[in-house]
Design a protein around this ligand. Structure first.
Ligand SMILES: Nc1nc2c(ncn2[C@@H]2O[C@H](COP(=O)(O)OP(=O)(O)OP(=O)(O)O)[C@@H](O)[C@H]2O)c(=O)[nH]1
Length: 550
């Protein structure tokens, strides 16, 4: 490879070490057909000398053969590697390229611009931190520019480079550049980007790509490469609340019980208090075990095994967090879906929902609206077709831990899988859960998760009785309980939930419950009891105030 070939020849270990220590930036390029994406990325690769010598030879030969640049090097040919793409002259798939400079390593996703490739773009953008949106200086903002900007905002990219390309063809005109920049800032204001940096470039001539251009003396900002090398997008996952999706419970013998998984965000140390999302039980981290010995701290991205001070019930698919920052734990997430399959979404049909914690059967119960990706208008629809994006209500067979996607890309995303073909039919980004206000909060003193307790209606979902959802429908209250409660009740036990301040309740109301549980409200002194019992059996009434109901 031409890149740093001296160091590679002289001291390969030093070269590898220098690569290892550099930070990595993933970015995506988007633009309409012929805006110059391939030329731009080809130039970045060329100038960073990340091109194999045989590729150089092939590029020179191809440039002569294809002849788009009159025999001079056509940088776009470096990128347009796919045969079909060369034949059609358009980019049809996501191409990931790696290059590095002295300061940083880069992975760039070159995605196709056409609307029918929306799913490819969403895929390419989902791991990127920066989007380079190309605009042809002669054309200004196009429908595609708006669509791409919406998509990158949807997948959580915060930093935008508005690369106004082909400046050579408008005589490096500052006024035209400023007008396009102003148009874009106005359009993008509601999309919530953290930064928008407009650059006047010519991918073909190399203006403001690596070196500052003498043609744009009026431009004081960074070159594209300088921006990419210096933009602050360091991994902020360590700053976020601790999340460990449990992938496996390791129980080699009776004395060891470890919970294995990759830290999705935050940090964890021995002695930290942790909470199990499904049951609300808490304990403290005893050890952080790894193949190379115990750690004093684990950070996002590390695969570890935690052992805890107490024997508490945790299984594969659970999520461990800090008690003060629990995730959503819900059967009913509301999420943006990008439909990726030819077969449209079938509301009510069972799909597999693959999240950070595992796979759960679930269905889309309703599509609230679809977004017209070109105008950003919402339209009423009942389903989503290929490349359509909408807000959907999901119903899962059992509650799952999520975060809103805006807070955590890893624990806030999922895919829908067709159960029969195994095809990925949609990508989902959790917005919220209707029961978000009723997130489970537990106090560490709640040592017995099964103990009945006095709670207010608002707090029903906040008890360690594992009520994860409480909804009211036509005067009936429907409680959604964690699986562990179902198991408990399955053993013939009954649970009393005593509610205070129930002036809004009918004295006695029957509740339907889909999991074969029945409920009754019963006025009881200053409060009302809800009696949960297995359908077909009768509730035991008259529980004492000391909560001896179980
Ligand atoms: N004059 C001029 N031409 C450019 C510039 N950048 C790209 N071009 C030309 O514009 C045409 C399209 O460039 P590509 O890089 O293939 O465009 P693309 O956006 O990758 O296009 P698709 O692969 O079809 O999506 C080619 O003929 C390029 O040589 C530029 O800065 N100035």
């Amino acid at each position: 490879m031409a890149h740093q070939s001296e160091l590679i020849e002289k001291d390969i270990l030093a070269y590898l070490k220098s690569q290892e220590e550099k930070s990595l930036l993933r970015f995506i390029t988007c633009g309409s057909v012929d805006d110059g994406k391939s030329t731009l990325i080809g130039r970045l690769l060329w100038d960073s000398k990340m091109v194999f010598e045989d590729q150089l030879a092939a590029l020179e030969a191809d440039s002569k053969k294809v002849g788009t640049q009159g025999g001079a090097i056509d940088y776009a040919l470096l990128l347009d590697g796919l045969q079909a793409e060369r034949e059609q002259g358009i980019t049809i798939d996501v191409a990931y390229r790696f290059f590095s400079t002295d300061r940083r390593k880069f992975i760039v996703a070159d995605t196709p611009g056409h609307e029918q490739y929306t799913r490819n773009m969403v895929t390419g953008a989902s791991t990127a931190k920066v989007a380079v949106i190309l605009v042809d200086a002669r054309k200004g903002l196009l429908t595609q520019t708006r669509r791409h900007s919406f998509l990158v905002s949807l997948v959580g990219i915060k930093h935008i480079v508005l690369a106004i390309n082909k400046m050579d063809l408008i005589g490096y005109d500052e006024e035209k550049f400023r007008a396009i920049e102003a148009d874009y800032r106005e359009f993008a204001a509601p999309l919530g980007f953290a930064s928008i940096t407009a650059l006047p470039i010519s991918a073909l001539n190399g203006d403001n790509i690596i070196e500052k251009s003498s043609e744009t003396a009026w431009y004081q900002g960074p070159t594209l490469m300088h921006f990419l090398e210096t933009v602050q997008v360091e991994d902020d996952r360590d700053q976020q609340p601790f999340r460990l999706p449990v992938q496996w419970v390791n129980r080699p013998n009776l004395d060891f019980r470890g919970f294995c998984g990759t830290v999705a965000s935050g940090t964890v140390r021995p002695g930290d208090e942790i909470r199990v999302a499904s049951s609300g039980q808490t304990s403290k981290v005893a050890r952080i075990v790894t193949f190379n010995g115990d750690l004093n701290e684990a950070v996002a991205g590390q695969a570890v095994t935690l052992t805890l001070e107490d024997e508490i019930d945790i299984s594969r698919g659970d999520m461990l967090t800090r008690p003060e920052a629990p995730p959503l734990y819900t059967r009913h997430p509301e999420a943006h879906l990008v439909w990726m399959h030819d077969e449209p979404l079938q509301p009510g049909q069972l799909y597999l929902v693959k999240t950070a914690t595992g796979v759960t059967p679930g269905r889309v119960t309703a599509v609230q609206y679809a977004v017209d990706v070109n105008t950003l208008e919402q339209k009423q629809v009942s389903t989503l077709g290929l490349n359509e994006i909408g807000l959907a209500r999901i119903e899962l067979d059992r509650p799952v831990s999520f975060d809103p996607y805006g807070a955590n890309r890893d624990t806030g995303s999922f895919i829908l899988i067709d159960r029969f073909t195994n095809a990925t039919v949609a990508a989902g980004m959790v917005l919220s859960a209707p029961d978000e206000s009723q997130r489970a909060h537990l106090s560490a003193s709640d040592s017995n998760p099964w103990a009945p307790r006095h709670i207010t209606l608002d707090a029903v979902a906040a008890t360690n009785l594992n009520v994860v959802d409480l909804t009211e429908e036509k005067g009936l209250f429907i409680l959604d309980l964690a699986q562990s409660i179902h198991d408990y009740l399955g053993k013939g036990n009954r649970i009393l939930i005593r509610l205070r301040d129930l002036s809004q309740l009918e004295p006695v109301a029957q509740l339907a419950y889909e999991h074969e549980l029945a409920f009754e409200f019963d006025r009881n002194g200053d409060g009302v009891s809800i009696l949960l019992f297995k359908r077909g059996t009768s509730p035991v009434k008259g529980y004492g105030d000391d909560g001896t109901g179980i």
